[in-house]
Design a protein around this ligand. Structure first.
Ligand code: C2E
Ligand code: CA
Ligand code: CA
Ligand code: CA
Length: 273
């Protein structure tokens, strides 16, 4: 902070300026990526308690002409701030619905799509979902909307109403990154979710980390009593898997089973499994 006199501070530093410049560049490049359709959807299998693939989560990647695949961690947060996530998210939803029939041919009956809060609050959100579902003949139970509890923070009533409308369309709701957001447990009573996704931070080293184990067991018990199923995210080792199996975790997802893959590679993997 630089003192300008009489109590006024101006915040600046070379890094901050560079950051802003980089953000502007990224924003422009994202716009170009949208126009030139440089996005791809990868799919990561979700397995049940006997290791059968029952679903796949759609995860977007940006295939940059020079930099190769760019992780969503690098551009989703900015796209959420600029609103570009609306266009990107709609495209991901369309693509996932389109890919569903191919996935179903290979025994994967359900596809999960991430929705950011920003999409949720758009007037045309529901109609765009309806349109995709209708256009690709998506049946009830075949599409899961992954949302984080943070969606509730802006307008709880409106977001709950939207979730019920999605349910009416036959779309399942999964609470993503459960336990890492800012919502309180009291919301859990109101949210019409069928699935809880336990974040990787609670799954990591669960067989030796007694605090993670305690939290995860608590979530499993609570979910069961509320009639929800649980997906453990980021399962990387067989020790973690075995521990989760012992405590009757319904579904798992993680590098132990498979990384997110382009659809052709996923189908290859499914065929050779
Ligand atoms: P997420 O929804 O929590 O997705 C799970 C992330 O964990 C994915 O990262 C996945 O590749 C990664 N992962 C899966 N298994 C493992 C594992 O065993 N170990 C580790 N270390 N990581 C694992 P990814 O694909 O980089 O996506 C990051 C985040 O970007 C997602 O987190 C989600 O919040 C967001 N995202 C991705 N695609 C979309 C999208 O289409 N729309 C929106 N709104 N957000 C998206
Ligand atoms: Ca997710
Ligand atoms: Ca997650
Ligand atoms: Ca996460």
């Amino acid at each position: 902070a630089k003192r300008l006199g009489s109590g006024t501070y101006q915040w600046f530093s070379p890094e901050l300026d560079l950051g802003t410049q980089q953000q502007l560049t990224l924003r422009t490049q994202l716009q170009e990526a949208i126009t030139k359709q440089q996005f791809e959807v990868f799919y990561q299998p979700i397995v049940n308690n006997v290791g059968a693939v029952v679903a796949a989560e759609a995860l977007v990647r940006w295939k940059h002409p020079e930099q190769g695949y760019i992780s969503p961690v690098e551009f989703i947060p900015l796209a959420e701030r600029t609103g570009q996530i609306v266009t990107i998210g709609r495209w991901v939803l369309e693509q996932a619905c389109r890919d569903l029939s191919q996935l179903r041919e290979h025994g994967v009956g359900q596809v999960s799509v991430n929705f950011s809060p920003m999409q949720f609050y758009r007037d045309d959100f529901l109609s765009s979902v309806e349109q995709a579902v209708r256009a690709y003949g998506v049946k009830p139970g075949q599409l899961v909307a992954e949302i984080t509890e943070n969606v509730l923070l802006r307008d709880t009533t409106a977001s709950l109403a939207m979730m019920h409308k999605l349910r009416d369309l036959g779309i399942e709701i999964a609470l993503d990154d459960f336990g890492t957001g800012f919502a309180s447990l009291s919301y859990l009573n109101m949210i019409p979710a069928q699935k809880l996704k336990i974040d990787r931070i609670f799954v990591q080293d669960i067989h030796i980390n007694s605090r993670n184990a305690a939290i995860t067991r608590g979530v499993l018990t609570m979910a069961a009593e509320l009639g929800m199923t649980v997906v453990a995210e980021g399962v990387e080792t067989s020790d973690e898997r075995d521990y989760l199996n012992n405590y009757a975790c319904d579904f798992m997802q993680g590098y132990l089973f498979c990384k997110p893959l382009p659809i052709a590679e996923l189908i290859d993997w499914l065929n050779h499994k």
